[in-house]
Design a protein around this ligand. Structure first.
Ligand code: ZN
Length: 312
């Protein structure tokens, strides 16, 4: 039995681990900043892989990467936080360098695979995963199959239009869910209302985070509460649509904003229950938060490797 090298490349840091093929316990685990003046992101990534390379035979390298990517060819189409990785053939370059099979998957899809096999989604066959942090990502498993679509670009659940003509989304379109309910969108809403003169214990601050807004909301601040209510209502509206399309038995929420509890989930549920076309969609539905935390990407990469090695 060999080992798998798993990696999770995020906007701020990249993590790499060597894991025995039948396990999710790493042998060696290292991390490094994604952006640094020393060399390219790819060079630092390959150095990190070398530093965890185990004595065992390596069966595959499996990578969770951000942004639209082609899981078939392993090409990153665009990575919002890694400007060097636009139309970057990451899979090919890694395969040339390390001479083992390389599998690349979207980080939200892989987090879903991890939660399905080892976390909150165990035992379910139809799942939706929504991660709410700097952006909003999504993944769907239907009948035990991860939905990828024609080019592997399916289930961008944060980029559905919930408010036509609404705030600008980082993807360049307007009114997407991510532009209203992500962490930065919650903070931006507060800053806009402060500029209009709404009273609050918060002060205008370009660096304001959703976590600080949540803290103010828990202290009873009306504007901070309203920001989470708005984000939750739009999430609930979008989720009603997702239930109509995918009819899952469980929805798993990941990402930092999902840790704000009832601030976001109370308005989310209220909007959801109001907008489903039939109560059967929510009758046995499990709404829960992710269990694997920061390791979801690495564990999901391990599941991706298992699935893809077994189909080679
Ligand atoms: Zn968008």
């Amino acid at each position: 039995m060999g080992a798998i090298i798993v990696a999770d490349v995020g906007g701020t840091q990249m993590r790499v681990a060597a894991i025995p093929q039948d396990s999710i316990e790493p042998i060696k685990h290292k991390r490094a900043p994604t952006k640094s003046p020393d060399g390219t992101s790819f060079d630092r990534f390959t150095a990190l892989i070398n530093s965890v390379w185990p004595d065992e035979t390596v069966e595959a390298i499996s990578v969770a990467a951000p942004g639209p990517l082609d899981p078939e060819t392993g090409a990153i189409l665009s990575a919002p936080n890694i400007p060097e990785w636009i139309n970057f053939p990451l899979g090919e370059r890694l395969a040339e360098r390390f001479r083992v099979p390389v599998f690349i998957g979207n980080d939200a899809n892989l987090a879903l695979l991890g939660e399905w096999r080892y976390g909150a989604g165990q035992g379910h066959h139809d799942l939706i995963y929504i991660t709410i942090s700097t952006g909003i990502g999504g993944g769907v498993i239907s009948g035990d199959q991860l939905l990828l679509g024609h080019r592997g670009l399916a289930t961008e659940l944060g980029h559905v239009t919930v408010l036509p003509g609404g705030p600008l989304c980082p993807c360049g379109q307007r009114g997407h869910l991510e532009a209203i309910s992500s962490g930065p969108a919650i903070a931006r809403f507060v800053n806009e209302k402060l500029a209009e003169g709404q009273p609050s214990i918060l002060k205008p601050d370009a660096e304001l985070s959703a976590r600080e807004v949540a803290k103010a909301a828990r202290q009873g601040d009306a504007l901070a509460k309203a920001a989470f209510t708005r984000a939750g209502e739009y999430l609930g509206q979008a989720l009603a649509d997702f239930l109509h399309i995918f009819n899952p038995s469980i929805v798993i929420f990941g990402g930092g904003v999902s840790r704000s509890g009832s601030l976001i989930f109370d308005p989310l549920k209220e909007a959801l229950y109001k907008q489903v076309m039939d109560p059967d969609y929510v009758k046995d539905l499990v709404l829960t938060t992710a269990k694997l935390g920061d390791n979801a990407g690495l564990i999901g990469a391990q599941v991706q490797a298992e699935l893809r090695l077994s189909s080679l």
